[in-house]
Design a protein around this ligand. Structure first.
Ligand code: UT7
Length: 371
């Protein structure tokens, strides 16, 4: 029996603090007119000190689980797509797993930059279609404000923080993720990168002095690449689903630059009115931009069950990808469940596990002094 991966839950988490273009004018040599004309961005949200990639991911996930009426304990797979993980390891997905009490879930991070959410959606879909899992939580979460150089006007005007999450569940009804493509071209890796902090250039006084822990970007080249692949990937993924562009009601593109999106829609002869744009208010939230924009489309009544939509994105790597989804919404007849109410319980559970591990270490340490 073929299983289809339906998107049955969604949620977003946006930090409250807003940084406008005029605020940026006071930090770097830029101005509101330039930023709006060249990017379409007017403001972005910046994480507060207490917010992290995992905490935003948890907030978005609990909302998504509530929409899907799925208990965290029943989640089988968690994929966090991020370019701003909390650590090199452990994976941010494991922090999320612990904080939402998803005790039956495997959890890992996926790094495909701004295309990451599409990659993660496809990986979760394949896990469901193969019968390996019955459901998955797919999250895009970023705190790139912590990785930009606030003196580099080429990059600091672009990025914002936020998270979005989808719950995917298996169903025999044909719908959900109909097709997906993932592409990469590592020869363009240096066009958008954080050079140091990994094993190639471990953190040293030199890497810090050279500013190699910040985002470096060749904006013009990334722009050229993006305008080329966005329309191409959309056409390819629609064909793969045995559909034509006439069958598509909505496109949710990666929110990087309005000019890139307009060029892609022009090439596709697809009306801008049917394309979700929110980068004016959020900037580029990288891998979180597609799920955040989708949540807003649902909120605004622009996405209804039965609609066919395309997610399409590009990013560092270089990577790009697209997916066609037939929107379904939550499975009917489920009992309402509010996972956010259990936050304290999840913390307590995590605390107890730590205490128990400590006790075990003492017991085992006594009996096995060699360990
Ligand atoms: O998720 C993927 C992430 N990356 C992207 O999506 C980036 C894609 N690229 C872009 O969005 C655009 O290339 C940028 C918005 C980054 C830059 O726009 P552009 O139209 O490609 O500008 P440019 O780099 O060609 O620069 C044009 C001029 C330059 O001045 P000169 O050399 O012509 O005198 C820049 O120094 O604009 C100047 N400039 C700025 N001026 C005011 C560059 N950044 C700024 C700024 N404010 N923030």
């Amino acid at each position: 029996m073929t299983a289809y991966a339906h998107i049955t839950g969604w949620g977003k988490a946006i930090p409250e603090r807003v940084l406008t273009n005029r605020d940026l004018q006071r930090i770097v040599d830029t101005n509101d007119e330039w930023i709006v004309a060249r990017t379409g961005i007017r403001e972005r949200h910046i994480a507060a000190d207490y917010q992290t990639t995992a905490s935003l991911a948890v907030d978005a996930s609990l909302k998504a689980l509530e929409v899907a009426s799925l208990k965290p304990a029943a989640v089988e797979l968690i994929i966090v797509s991020t370019s701003s993980p909390e650590h090199l390891f452990p994976a941010t997905a494991c922090l999320v797993q612990d904080r939402i009490g998803a005790k039956s879930a495997g959890a890992f991070d996926l790094l495909a930059a701004c295309s990451g959410f599409i990659y993660a959606l496809n990986m979760a879909t394949q896990a469901i279609r193969s019968g390996s899992v019955q459901n998955a939580l797919v999250i895009g979460s970023e705190t790139l404000s912590r990785l930009v150089n606030w003196t580099d006007r080429n990059t600091c005007i672009l990025f914002g923080d936020g998270a979005g999450a989808f719950v995917l569940q298996a169903s025999e009804t044909p719908a959900g993720v109909l097709s997906a493509i993932m592409r990469s071209d590592g020869s363009g890796g240096e066009l958008l990168a954080i050079p140091a902090g990994g094993s190639r250039y471990p953190t040293s006084l030199e890497t810090i002095n050279d500013g190699l822990h910040y985002i470096k970007m060749n904006g013009r080249e990334v722009f050229r690449f993006a305008t080329r692949v966005m329309a191409q990937a959309t056409q390819e993924v629609v064909e793969k689903a045995n559909l034509t562009m006439k069958d598509i009601q909505l496109i949710v593109p990666h929110q990087a630059n309005l000019r890139i999106i307009e060029t892609a829609m022009r090439n596709l002869e697809f009306p801008m009115d049917n394309c979700i744009i929110n980068l004016d208010r959020y900037g580029n939230t990288s891998t979180a931009s597609i799920p955040i924009a989708t949540c807003e489309a649902i909120q605004d009544g622009r996405l209804k069950p039965g609609d066919r939509i395309v997610f399409v994105g590009f990013g560092a790597g270089l990577t790009w990808g697209a997916a066609v989804v037939e929107w379904s919404g939550p499975f009917p007849g489920l009992h309402k469940f509010r996972p956010a109410r259990y936050r304290l319980y999840f913390r307590f559970r995590s605390f107890l596990r730590r205490v128990w591990r400590h006790i075990e270490a003492i017991i085992w340490g006594r009996h096995n002094p060699s360990i």
